[in-house]
Design a protein around this ligand. Sequence first.
Ligand code: PXP
Length: 240
Amino acid sequence: MVTLGINIDHVATIRQARRTVEPDPVAAAVLAELGGADGITVHLREDRRHIQDRDVHLLRQTVRSHLNLEMAPTEEMVAIALEIKPDYVTLVPEKREEVTTEGGIDMLANRDRFTEIVSQLQGAAIPVSWFIDADSAQIEAAANTGAKFIELHTGKYADAIDEASQAKELEDLEAGTKIAIAAGLRVNAGHGLTYWNVYPVACIPGMEELNIGHTIVSRAVLVGMERAVREMKLAIKGQL
Ligand code: PXP
């Protein structure tokens, strides 16, 4: 059964809208775990637009499931990860002007540096996951860095405007998962998944973990975090 990592960045987005202390993503993580979260994910961005360093430090002490630290592959972030020691790190591209992570990282751009970052992190017993598009060249390059995981970008699937293009994107995700597993990688997926589109992705053979944020925090505002997580667990099983 695929597991569910809850991305709580947007709880911090609401707090940062007023630069105050509420709502606290640490409290949200506790409630998400009570609702059945298998993991907690946060993206510490260079501009600190939502999650703050304080949040990551506290979550390391309070998360009882596992903590996935999403971050850009920069020296600053690698140093923070080595200090915090999350259960795994997901490396993502970051552009200052983007609203959210827009595409997968380009694994072909900086291979030597990327391999070095993987050995720094995995040398400290922190498994690394590369957030990439379901493209065979990207997947092979990710495997060549020695990383344990990839996270397939599901944004194109989520944005597909009709059934035919959604089916094509799903096929690409399925094919990418197969290629990755054959290359010795473990496979997660995420971005843009919702209560309504998650089930086919959850059914991909070999898929391990889905990282989902915006749709769950949106529902949590209305029905509470525990219920929003419980309902996503049902959606993943096709029972919502
Ligand atoms: N996975 C990665 C690597 C992401 O960057 C994000 C967005 O921060 C997510 C998953 C979650 O995406 P969403 O908020 O659209 O569910």
